[in-house]
Design a protein around this ligand. Structure first.
Ligand code: LLP
Length: 434
């Protein structure tokens, strides 16, 4: 019944339970809207990264792409499984470091790393950079030299592979703001510059073709291109790459229509393509990194809302409005993303009412789910939306001055608050005038 959420069950009072905890109890304890994250599921995903990748292949490192969901608690859990972190700003870095993350296991990404961010990273021992552009080479080298340290550079190369969900989350095709193009050999010029830069050390190449990908071929094609790039680097510049970062993008199921690939299927195809390609070309097998974000946390999340107003426009549609909206879930409006949901206090009753779930923000586009069969939602009922763990909290806003929801982790029948709900005082915390 519930998509990819084996941790979600229903008790004999028809209430949805997460890791054995009734969402009714969570609503009474913490209020709504509420982000509920199954720590059980997060741990099982991290365990897959460890068991099926770290323990299976020599010289590999999975990085959790923390833009998907970032708070102290997640970085702490990540460390228990031996994974590293992909950070994309000094802000993300600061939280990862505060959570005790080993700086040598953090990789700094981004298409416009600010000089202040580069200095912040390097002065805290975060030296692994996924280098994106020529300006970055110039300033990162200068700052590293000034600080007497080095940037270990993995160069982001655009393979020219089109893949991924919505156009906004495709990054592998020629026309992208990310990385160095391959079709005209720009990446080779970048590597040449890095090889000459005294503050930098060239380590390898990085690939990320997009997000919410369901086609295995996209990965194997991209990796085949990357084997070719490694050979080109060896042939023209005389160096063998030490690292190959294969990126993230593993699609998850949001609805019954999504059929994600199995983690082992993706990673074995990636590894096989690289291993065979490097062997065939007589090159030393590099260290392989992967960067899943959504895969780790996406299905772990459930957003819990309280149903409020109800509007039946005859011959048009029935709207039910909830106490959150595009402020806690921008994905519906931004990508036309689809979700499934259940009336959480009637979870195993018949879903016999066609409704459209609207948010409470002052925008007609603030529709969370268009046309879904639900268990006749009435004011005061709880609505649980599934698979909201990735890119929800991290993309949330305070539009209309709605305070951000709290985040609760559930695990083995228990719950714990990991991020408290914002208060009205928080909304003016940065105002300098009384
Ligand atoms: N590596 C790089 C370089 C990335 O840019 C990303 C995501 C990832 C890894 C992780 O991708 P994932 O495994 O989570 O698909 N806000 C959009 C997704 C944007 C993805 C940005 N980059 C959404 O809500 O669908």
């Amino acid at each position: 019944m519930f998509i990819q959420t084996p941790f979600a069950t229903v008790n004999d009072r028809h209430e949805l339970c997460v890791d054995g905890v009734s969402v009714m109890d969570l609503s009474n304890k913490y209020g709504t809207p509420l982000y509920i994250m199954s720590e059980g599921h997060i741990r099982s995903q991290f365990a897959l990264l460890k068991d099926k990748f770290i323990d299976r292949y020599p010289n590999v490192l999975p990085l959790y792409a923390s833009k998907a969901f970032s708070c102290l608690a997640i970085y702490k859990i990540a460390q228990e499984y031996g994974v590293g972190i992909d950070c994309v700003s000094a802000g993300e870095l600061s939280i990862a470091l505060k959570a005790g993350m080993d700086p040598t296991k953090i990789y700094f990404h981004g298409n416009n790393k600010l000089p202040s961010e580069i200095e912040y990273a390097l002065s805290r021992g975060v030296n692994h950079f996924v280098v994106d552009n020529f300006y970055e080479i110039k300033i990162a080298n200068e700052i590293a030299e000034r600080l007497g340290t080095k940037v270990y550079a993995t160069v982001r190369v655009v393979p020219g592979v089109k893949s991924g969900g919505h156009a906004y989350i495709q990054t592998g095709a020629k026309d992208t703001k990310f990385g160095f193009s391959s079709h005209d050999g720009t990446y080779l010029k970048a590597i040449e510059q890095i090889l000459k830069a005294p503050g930098m050390e060239f380590e390898g190449i990085h690939c990320h073709i997009g997000s919410q990908i369901f086609e295995l071929e996209a990965y194997t094609t991209a990796m085949t291109h990357f084997v070719g790039f490694a050979k080109e680097i060896k042939d023209t510049l005389g160096v063998e790459i030490k690292k190959l970062n294969a990126g993230g993008g593993y699609g998850i199921a949001y609805t019954h229509e999504d059929h994600p690939l199995d983690f082992e299927v993706i990673t074995s195809a990636i590894m096989k393509t690289i291993q065979e390609g490097f062997a065939k070309n007589n090159m030393r097998m590099p260290m392989v990194l992967i960067e899943p974000g959504r895969f780790v946390v996406g299905n772990a999340g459930i957003t819990l809302y309280t149903v409020g107003s109800y509007k039946d426009i005859p011959g048009v549609r029935k709207y039910v409005s909830v106490d959150g909206g595009m402020t806690d879930n921008i994905r519906s409006a931004l990508y036309d993303a689809k979700y499934e949901a259940v009336v959480a206090n009637k979870a195993d009753l018949a879903a016999d009412t066609l409704v459209t779930v609207a948010g409470k923000n002052c925008e007609s586009g603030d529709i969370l789910i268009k046309d879904i069969m639900l268990q006749d939602p009435q004011p005061g009922d709880l609505l649980a939306m599934f698979s909201t763990g990735a890119y929800h909290y991290t993309m949330s806003s305070n539009y209309n001055q709605l305070p951000k929801p709290a985040i609760v982790f559930t695990y083995q029948g228990k719950d714990r608050l990991v991020v408290r709900r914002q208060t009205f005082d928080d909304l003016i915390a940065y105002d300098v005038e009384e």
